[in-house]
Ligand binder design. Structure first.
Ligand code: NAI
Ligand code: MG
Length: 371
């Protein structure tokens, strides 16, 4: 029996998770769901958006399904704290950042598939811990950093105090585990092409570093073709020829941008799923946030969460029910009869999810008959 921590979170998070759970029940799997708290209310009342009981729950479960989370800027975060916590120096740290860092979740996996016509089916794997978002971001430079940039004419014209620098951190440790993950993902999901997204003509030395590590590891995966493409070209082709891609691997910022582009290519945030995976832990969440303007209205599309569940089931080594769930979702989306507003329909969150459950009932019955 596998156990799953369920953290509905804020805004539309609880609605889409509530709608998804009965659909999962239909699959009749030996899964133990254990609920926990995360998000804005935890911050307001307890001063930490990820309470200690939730860390405990995560340590006791095999993986986690997260709904969505609200984050607000510094001043609002402070103002909304409960009496007694305000002014005590507490700092809000985004729960998703906390999860990724504390659980060591270095691979952010975002599948992009054409549910309507099956014309494309690829995945963006974004590095989550280093690259341009490593946090080495400086405004006003100390002498060591200044030494590195002072000969640039623009820096010379501005001075150390009026120059800012962000470092793109790439380590052999970080590169190798990401590439390994990418190759293994390609192998286990039947992809034949792995594209490394970079900018080799401009970032010449760091790109060369990546290329050397890629070429070395590629020898272990002879059945998988590899290529290195410029990030801007990938952006164009993702829109024009999405069918050419299989597994895309990218550093943190390139991957961040391309995975949102991927959500757009697929048809919007209502459809985009993701997993954050490390060597020990993992959690899965729809790409969208808590959409506070829509919360409580039952209008949110549950498809992103349902596809997230399919991704989670795959991760738990349950590829057959994962495939059944994906197929049922695709059938409902394709028919466009019981879909939410963002797909041109009028269905509520619950109705759209029920349609998937109904479809699943039909497929599993058919499946039983054939046995
Ligand atoms: P958002 O993703 O919550 O919503 C943006 C827009 O996308 C919505 O106004 C809505 O039109 C559409 N949308 C999102 N989910 C949808 C769904 N399931 N069905 C139909 N339409 C959907 O992003 P926004 O408004 O920038 O952020 C709102 C809050 O969510 C913020 O506090 C932000 O920090 C947080 N956030 C959390 C994320 C997470 O939990 N990982 C990711 C992104 C934002
Ligand atoms: Mg993003």
């Amino acid at each position: 029996m596998k156990s799953i921590a369920v953290l509905p979170g804020d805004g539309i998070g609880p609605e889409v998770v509530d709608a998804a759970l009965p659909v999962i029940e239909k699959l009749g799997l030996p899964l133990d769901f254990r609920f926990g708290d995360i998000g804005w209310e935890c911050w307001r009342s307890g001063g930490d958006p990820v309470p200690e009981q939730t860390w405990q729950l995560l340590s006791e479960t095999d993986t986690c399904l997260l709904g969505a989370i609200t984050s607000k800027p510094l001043r609002e975060a402070e103002d909304e704290l409960a009496d007694g916590l305000r002014g005590t120096g507490l700092r809000f740290v985004s729960p998703v950042v906390q999860l990724r860092q504390r659980l060591g979740l270095y691979a952010n996996v975002r599948p992009v598939a054409d549910l309507d016509h099956g014309r494309f089916d690829f995945v963006v794997i974004r590095e989550n811990t280093e690259g341009l978002y490593a946090g080495l971001d400086f405004h006003g430079l100390d002498p060591a950093l200044w030494e590195a940039v002072r000969t640039h004419p623009n820096a010379a014209a501005s001075g150390a105090a009026d120059t800012s620098v962000t470092l793109r951190l790439q380590t052999r440790f970080g590169i190798d585990r990401l590439l390994r993950f990418g190759f293994e993902y390609a192998r286990s999901h039947g992809y034949r092409l792995l594209t490394l997204v970079d900018k080799p003509n401009v970032l010449r030395n760091s790109s060369h570093h990546l290329r050397e590590r890629l070429e070395l590891m590629a020898t272990e995966y002879p059945e998988i073709e590899t290529e290195i493409l410029n990030v801007d070209a990938v952006a164009l082709w993702m829109v024009r020829r999405p069918e050419r891609f299989g597994v895309l691997v990218a550093e943190n910022m390139f991957g961040d941008i391309l995975s949102d582009l991927g959500a757009g290519v697929m048809g919007g945030l209502g459809l985009a799923s993701s997993g954050n995976i490390g060597d020990q832990g993992s959690y899965f969440e729809p790409v969208h946030g808590s959409a506070p303007g829509m919360a409580g209205q039952g209008r949110a599309n549950p498809v992103a969460t349902l596809l997230t569940v399919a991704q989670l089931l795959n991760h738990l080594d349950l590829p057959v029910p994962a495939g059944q769930l994906r197929e049922a979702v695709a059938t409902v989306v394709r028919a466009r009869r019981t879909v939410t507003y963002d797909l041109g329909g009028t269905a509520t969150t619950r109705q759209a999810a029920d349609a998937v459950a109904h479809e699943l009932g039909a497929t599993t019955a058919h499946f039983e008959e054939q046995r």
